[in-house]
Design a protein around this ligand. Structure first.
Ligand code: SF4
Length: 83
């Protein structure tokens, strides 16, 4: 793991889905119209597996895409924590 965690502030999410377009292994949209983080390398979930603001680890090979998603997020609501 990269030592980087990522989480979304769903209170600010616009639901446009740009994060999932850029990094589908980390972000996905749920039926409630909001986007969530998910465990990379697992089968795509159909409903949120993490609660609001809960972080997941970012694997090394997904750091760049995760940072890109955070930079492109129109809600400015994707946050990275560095351990
Ligand atoms: S890019 Fe940001 S605002 Fe858009 S769906 Fe993802 S978290 Fe929400």
């Amino acid at each position: 793991m990269s030592g980087i965690k990522v989480w979304i502030d769903q209170d600010l999410c616009t639901g446009d889905g740009i994060c999932e377009e850029i990094a589908p292994a980390i972000f996905f949209g749920a039926d409630d119209g909001l986007y969530y983080v998910r465990e990379a390398g697992t089968e795509a979930p159909t409903e949120p597996t993490h609660s609001f603001h809960e972080p997941v680890d970012v694997p090394d090979d997904l750091v760049e895409a995760t940072i890109d998603a955070a930079e492109e997020c129109p809600g400015e609501c994707i946050f990275l924590d560095v351990e």
